[in-house]
Design a protein around this ligand. Structure first.
Ligand code: ZN
Length: 606
């Protein structure tokens, strides 16, 4: 058995989901209020017999692993780790030495958090300062904010503390908390790594913000320079380079910066509940926003949002609001973040703050002002569109060009055609140009391939595409659902070609090749998702004793749909042939038409 199979054999979908949701019996299945979209009546179903779940509201579904990935906002690897632990399954591929080192580094980080927390208590001036900046004691405790002692206390206070606790210099260096001095000559190299005196603390005289992973384990730190005056803590001599306002832990074995967002583990629940995540730029902004009661806030520090970070957020919500400094949005990290968020299917909003103010300032002034700004976030395309209108004169050619250049890259990234059409209409009417021309220009927008290369279809949160729900499509779904739910025999009237979508053809072919095969044995995850939904639907509306009759009637109706469709096509072909006066073709098509009509009569009145 693979670890996945072993976990599934020990923990059913019901076991896993019931620890998160209240389940209600619904015949042989269970239902619940969906945790992934907002609803009052349950449309989230679990089948104990098939060990799967599906939500008819948001179309998410799958097995134990998909549920944990969705609800915890994690990737498969992490879901595997969580469930393995819960099921008591040891993951064999894990190298115990690596595991051990990993655990020791986590222990070291925890030790650091406690050290900095205790240190804050020993320097009341620092605590007084951060309270002046608006933080209350509960928030300081909740976010475990601390202080790294000043250089006057020594450059190795933390390093020495940790060595006494049994950690090694190598571990300290790997944690990113200490820095090894470069040796001055190569002969010294061998001794250097062994001497405590050649290591020093990375963080000195800094207010420390522990950065946690999605489960709350601290993996790194952000440190803000402390100065009682609030300004940069330079010694007054301008020739000496002032220390950076912020320094952060480097990338380490624990801290993968492209996958960690500050505050994520504290914001998860609120992000899902509000269906919105708010992304701010600084740690202090995030902490203050939480204190003001907006708990769906995370922070990035100075860099653009990465694809993995956005994917994590997208699993939890549909809307992303940003308080980034829009004035610098031109070529900056802000604009890259917005572009990527739109590509990934986020509904992106811009939070407008009074000029020169960041969220922390605003909360400090009055939490209500911040909450109002967050609630009043405007659509990001409207924001740039209006701004471009103020900057350019829409009556001149140059002005039109300026306006389109600022909004086209955004519109082109929208994943829904309806939204694109909406914006094309607005741009056309405000600039007084034809919609076709706008569409043409829009098509010329070259979209860079997003950094991970994962397109929208491959991303884990991609919703099933809005398929055209024609009558034939609905009938195909019902037939497939009946086959998979009630293991019905194949009918001579059915064939792969009868199905109009690729997914349906594949599902039919899989069933036809082995009528004993089950959904779980389908290799393609997307097909499993569709099949599960279809079976749940059938289970709800067709009782087992009515299955056969429903099956026969659906097949008959599907055949008629196809004949009708063919007749429409031939009628159109005849019209075209008549237009160009091709009498031979007209008579050929007319014969075909008669044959088909007879066939239709036969299926209608057998
Ligand atoms: Zn749902």
């Amino acid at each position: 058995m693979t670890p996945v199979e072993e976990i599934k054999s020990r923990l059913s979908v019901v076991d896993v989901i019931s620890t998160y949701l209240k389940l209600i019996r619904a015949g042989s299945n269970f239902k619940a209020v969906c945790p992934f979209h907002s609803e009052k009546t349950p449309s989230f179903f679990i089948s104990p017999a098939r060990d799967v779940w599906h939500c008819f509201g948001c179309q998410k579904g799958g097995d134990q692993f998909q549920f944990v990935m969705e609800i915890e906002g994690v990737e498969f690897r992490e879901a595997l780790r969580i469930l393995a632990q819960r099921a008591g399954v040891e993951l064999r591929h894990e190298n115990p030495e690596v595991r051990n080192e990993h655990d020791r580094l986590l222990g070291l980080m925890e030790l650091a958090v406690r050290f900095y927390e205790a240190s804050l208590k020993r320097f009341p001036a620092v605590e007084a300062y951060i309270k002046r900046r608006g933080l209350v004691s509960e928030t300081i405790e909740k976010f475990r904010i601390g202080y790294a002692p000043p250089e006057s206390a020594g450059w190795r206070v933390f390093t020495e503390h940790v060595l006494k606790k049994g950690y090694t210099l190598t571990e300290l260096e790997k944690s990113g908390l200490a820095i090894r001095k470069q040796p001055e000559s190569s002969t010294e190299t061998t001794h250097y790594s062994l001497l405590t005196t050649h290591y020093y603390d990375r963080f000195r005289n800094r207010v420390m913000f522990p950065v946690a992973d999605h489960t709350g384990r601290v993996v790194g730190f952000g440190g803000r320079i402390f100065s009682a005056e609030g300004g940069p803590a330079s010694g007054g001599d301008a020739s000496i380079q002032a220390p950076a306002k912020y320094i952060n832990s480097p990338q380490t074995a624990l801290y993968d910066k492209s996958r960690i967002l500050y505050g994520f583990e504290k914001a998860k629940v609120a992000m899902r509940k509000e269906n919105t995540c708010i992304v701010v730029e600084g740690y202090m902004d995030a902490v203050m926003a939480h204190q003001a009661g907006t708990e769906n806030v995370v922070a990035v520090s100075g860099t653009a949002l990465t694809h993995p970070q956005l994917t994590m957020l997208r699993r939890l919500c549909d809307r992303l609001a940003t308080s980034f400094d829009m004035d610098e949005a031109g070529e900056s990290a802000t604009r890259r973040s917005i572009d990527l968020a739109l590509e990934i299917g986020f509904d992106v909003k811009a939070i407008t703050l009074p000029s020169g103010k960041d969220p922390a300032d605003l909360v400090c002034e009055d939490p209500v002002k911040w909450r109002e700004a967050a609630a009043g976030a405007t659509d990001v395309i409207s924001y740039f569109f209006d701004k471009a209108h103020k900057r350019f004169d829409a009556r001149t050619l140059e002005g039109k060009r300026g306006i389109t250049q600022s909004v086209f890259p955004l519109i082109a990234r929208l994943s829904r055609q309806v939204e694109k059409a909406h914006w094309v209409g607005r741009v056309a009417s405000r600039l007084g140009i034809r919609e076709e021309a706008v569409w043409d220009d829009l098509k010329k927008q070259q979209l860079p391939v997003s950094q991970s290369g994962a397109g929208r279809q491959n991303s884990p949160m991609a919703r099933p595409q809005e398929e055209q729900r024609t009558r034939a499509h609905v009938l195909e779904e019902r037939i497939l659902g009946l086959l998979y739910a009630y293991r019905l025999p194949l009918s001579a009237e059915l064939s792969e070609n009868l199905f109009t979508s690729d997914a349906h053809r594949l599902l039919y072919a899989a069933y036809a090749s082995d009528t004993k095969s089950f959904i779980a044995s389908l290799a393609d995850e997307r097909l499993r998702l569709i099949a599960n939904r279809l079976v749940f639907e059938v289970e709800m509306v067709v009782p087992p004793d009515g299955a056969r009759a429903e099956y026969v009637s659906c097949i008959g109706e599907l055949e008629r749909e196809h004949v009708k469709h063919d007749l429409e096509r031939i009628t159109e072909d005849i019209r075209k042939a008549e237009e160009v006066g091709n009498e031979q073709l007209v008579s050929m098509l007319a014969d075909e038409f008669r044959n088909l009509s007879q066939k239709l009569n036969k299926v209608l009145y057998p």
